[in-house]
Design a protein around this ligand. Structure first.
Ligand SMILES: [Fe+2]
Ligand SMILES: [Fe+2]
Length: 454
């Protein structure tokens, strides 16, 4: 698919007039580790990757890990593991303008279901000891978080969403970011906002980042003129991800299994056909009870005149054929949740609705401060029923998987329940049953919320 970006869309990547300002040098790298972030690059029950940033003076980085214990002398029980350093030279890149070092350690040979403490540094400058828990070896209950576009007003407004998410699900095992983490792919200030908004959470709650269109921007003025766009120069340095996707999509299409759930991240920006074949192979041989797929451009759009027909035609048949449970998306800066018409409700309405065949549940959500209008026609032109929607609302989602039951909740930035449903699945490889759990609160729209436009 050709990626065409209008001048109007490009203009959106410029700072908004009401964006908060930061003093010169704010967010610049130093010898002190920052942007410390956990990601999975292998089996989450046996390994854990951590990546961090320093200035270019740090050339002998260190990472230490210990079984977590209550005694303070963690350094006595810790071992050191090898660290790899990469140089991120963004000095010639529009809006990046900095050279820094990124360091990665992958802790391997870990015990499943075990809490570890780690720290990173250079032997003189150290991070605090941060803790994480490995996945269990088999199917066990767990919760994860999912958020839509952070993208704008990240420090000012996304911060409260990720923190409220953590408050609601303090034991969440990872967080899916469904694309457009920032507005301008290469912008150091925006990445600083993203890392500072999450703070130490990024070092304790593994991130599962998805690329959106805003992760692709011109590197130079010449690229801009020629309409060429490249993946965020920071992306592959700062996120250490499984390299198990199709060629050409390293660290932007990948998969991992977590305690009975298969998580598949797709890159909706490019190589859709190649990813279809890969997706087919992952779904065909899937031994997990639950399957969750995340990418940025929605199958069923929720705002403006947007539509992603090509993706719908290519990928949706596989979701339905293999009973993918959840498709978690972003891009449309509104909230929408629903299912294809081929799975109609057969008992009850509203909160009493139950369906013997859930089909795939499609969600679009937004977590940052930029808000759009919901599509005037809703999903009328789609082969799908829209079951809950919202405008002008920052949201996060928790998904709790407990054996045969999956419980989804969407919660506002203020901690108010906004949407919920439950899936039950007796047998692996079958589709789930659906149970509506939506709270009886009014639909949130621009007209009944604090005005967004002025
Ligand atoms: Fe977006
Ligand atoms: Fe987007």
């Amino acid at each position: 698919m050709a990626i065409v970006l209008s001048t109007a869309a490009m203009a959106q990547s410029q700072p908004y007039p009401e964006d908060v300002q930061f003093p010169p040098g704010w967010g610049a790298p130093s010898p002190q580790p920052d942007r410390i972030i956990l990601t999975f690059s292998g089996d989450p029950s046996r390994s854990q990757s951590v990546t961090w940033r320093t200035d270019t003076s740090v050339n002998a980085p260190k990472a230490q890990i210990s079984l977590a214990h209550g005694a303070p002398r963690l350094r006595k029980t810790a071992i050191e593991v090898p660290v790899q350093t990469t140089v991120m030279d963004g000095r010639q890149v529009l809006t990046a303008g900095v050279k820094s070092h990124y360091h990665t350690a992958t802790f391997t040979g870990l015990q499943p279901g075990t809490r570890y403490a780690y720290r990173v540094g250079d032997g003189t400058h150290w991070s605090e000891w941060l803790q994480f828990r490995t996945a269990s070896a088999g199917e066990e209950p767990f919760t994860f978080l999912y958020v839509g576009d952070a993208q704008n007003y990240i420090f000012e407004l996304w911060s409260r969403v990720i923190r409220e998410g953590y408050r609601n699900a303090p034991d969440a095992r990872f967080i899916i970011h469904a694309g457009d983490l920032v507005s301008d792919a290469h912008d150091e200030r925006q990445w600083s906002e993203w890392f500072m908004a999450g703070g130490w959470l990024h070092g304790m709650l593994p991130s599962v980042p998805v690329t959106g269109n805003h992760e692709y921007r011109p590197l130079t003025a010449e690229d801009d003129k020629a309409g060429r766009r490249s993946l965020s120069v920071q992306w592959r340095h700062q996120f250490t991800l499984p390299e198990n996707g199709p060629a050409g999509l390293e660290e932007t299409a990948y998969t991992f299994d977590y305690q009975g759930a298969r998580i598949i991240v797709l890159n909706s920006m490019m190589h859709q056909q190649r990813q279809r074949d890969w997706l087919d192979s992952l779904l065909r041989g899937n031994p997990n009870r639950w399957t969750i797929v995340s990418f940025h451009f929605p199958i069923y759009s929720t705002s403006g005149n947007r539509d992603n027909r090509e993706l719908r035609e290519l990928w949706k048949p596989l979701f339905e054929k293999y009973h993918v449970d959840l498709v978690l998306q972003g891009h449309d800066h509104t909230y929408g949740r629903g299912r294809a018409w081929s799975f109609p409700s057969n008992t009850g309405t509203g909160v009493n609705r139950r369906d013997r065949k859930a089909g795939t549940v499609y969600v679009v959500s937004v977590s940052g401060g930029k808000m759009y209008d919901f599509k005037k026609s809703g999903w009328d032109n789609y082969d799908a029923q829209l079951e809950r929607k919202a405008e002008n609302t920052q949201l996060f989602q928790t998904v709790h998987i407990d054996g045969k039951r999956l419980h989804y909740r969407s919660i506002t930035a203020a901690g108010e329940p906004y949407d919920a449903f439950e899936l039950r699945k007796r047998k692996k490889g079958r589709e789930a049953r659906f149970r509506e759990r939506m709270p009886a609160t009014p639909e949130r729209v621009h007209d009944n919320t604090v005005p967004h436009y002025h």
